[in-house]
Design a protein around this ligand. Structure first.
Ligand code: GLA
Length: 393
């Protein structure tokens, strides 16, 4: 054979292979910026009910959370009790006497969106029926109820392949005819950032958050700063439509100090993280509300460029994290993990700026311009706290 014929045959062969590969591209148009909402798990665990969800929906509106951009009201585990004779999933009739559809309608009537939870295995983490073998039926049921968001867990799925299981539910959701945001929750165990971009809109990158600054639990749960360590280095996999998820917020759940709450929230914004509040919105105090609805921190999280930040400098427990913003600006966190105050500096070279560039510095939490700086900026940072600034050359 002539070499041009060989080349032509090879080209055709490659084309055939490409045509035979399954085309799985998630194009549900959702999560162009990290999703914002509320989920029942961190505060309520299995203690969920339609009354609590209705009250939370009302509080989402009256507290200003909706105006700040929070949209999704998501019921986590334990809303479901069994399957009926047709295999349809059944909500707990005592806790949800009006049914899930009526609840979703209520949430929609307030201009918000509604989410549910299931599991890729036979049972959820709390032992309720999972979706394994019922993926298409469940997706159709959810769509019929008006579900806008599905969190999909990974308990009791030991013998399953994660990519296959999540892809199956992704296809089922897409076939349901309703745009449903898809939140993968396999705890980073099979590195979803490498394969889930075309499967879901967000994927948990770590084990469960624990309501503490730096604790670590034997079962795999961890505090705020350990989560930060795990999501540093995977920033290039996040972007509009698909986000690394460092887990839901513990802001306002009573264990973190005010500084820790602010640092937790602001670091999630630096990470372009989904902001899913996990506190009791019905009784939150003014300080918690001020944190969760801070316009300038939220603008960082929701920056349209969608670049996840990363750690750009570390000296013991003094860290500098930075995130590129639209316009070439930077959001910077001077993070003090230590229990004593620390002086922390960011150098322009850590931000990719020449040292002789003059830049405007603004303290984000204080909502205050700090004037201009050349080459670096230094602040004294309280224990377990983060000073957040924007740097604009
Ligand atoms: C897992 C998830 C949590 C929560 C519980 C519910 O632990 O990671 O976020 O959904 O299951 O049982």
């Amino acid at each position: 054979m002539k070499s041009s014929t060989v080349r032509w045959c090879c080209f055709l062969f490659v084309l055939l292979i490409l045509a035979a590969l399954p085309v799985v591209a998630l194009d549900n148009g959702l999560a162009k910026t990290p999703p914002m909402g509320w989920n029942s798990w961190n505060k309520f665990g299995c203690n969920v009910s339609e009354q609590m969800i209705r009250e939370t929906t009302d509080a989402m509106v009256s507290s200003g959370m909706k105006d700040a951009g929070y949209r999704y009201v998501v019921i986590d585990d334990c809303w479901q009790v069994k399957r009926d004779e047709n295999g349809t999933i059944v909500a707990d009739p005592e806790r949800f006497p009006s049914g899930i559809k009526a609840l979703a309608d209520y949430v929609h009537s307030k201009g918000l969106k509604f989410g549910l939870y299931s599991d890729a295995g036979s049972k959820t983490c709390a032992g309720r029926p999972g979706s394994h073998g019922y993926e298409f039926q469940d997706a159709r049921t959810y769509a019929g109820w008006g579900v806008d968001y599905l969190k999909y867990d990974w308990c009791n799925a030991e013998r399953q392949d994660s990519t296959e299981s999540y892809t199956l539910m992704s296809k089922a959701l897409q076939a349901s005819g309703r745009p449903i945001m898809f939140s993968l929750c396999e705890w980073g165990s099979t590195k979803p950032w490498l394969w889930a971009k075309d499967v879901g809109n967000l994927w948990r990158a770590t084990g469960d958050i624990v309501n503490c600054w730096d604790c670590k639990e034997k079962w795999g749960g961890m505090g705020v700063v350990h989560i930060l360590d795990l999501v540093d280095g995977i920033e290039t996999y996040a972007g509009p439509g698909h986000w690394n998820d460092p887990d839901m917020l513990e802001v306002g759940n009573g264990k973190l100090t005010p500084d820790e709450n602010r640092a937790h929230f602001a670091m999630w914004a630096i990470l372009a993280a989904p902001l899913i509040a996990g506190n009791d919105l019905r009784s939150m105090d003014g300080e918690t509300r001020a944190i969760l609805t801070d316009k300038e921190i939220l603008a960082i999280d929701q920056d349209p460029l969608g670049r996840q930040g990363r750690r750009v400098a570390k000296d013991g427990e003094r860290e500098v994290w930075a995130r590129e913003l639209q316009g070439g600006y930077r959001a910077v966190a001077l993070l003090n993990r230590a229990a004593t105050p620390q002086s922390i500096s960011v150098k322009w070279e850590n931000l990719g700026y020449p040292a002789d560039v003059k830049a405007q510095v603004r303290d984000v939490w204080q909502h205050k311009d700090l004037g201009s700086a050349t080459g670096s900026f230094t602040a004294t940072v309280a224990p377990h706290s983060a000073v957040i600034v924007t740097v604009k050359p």
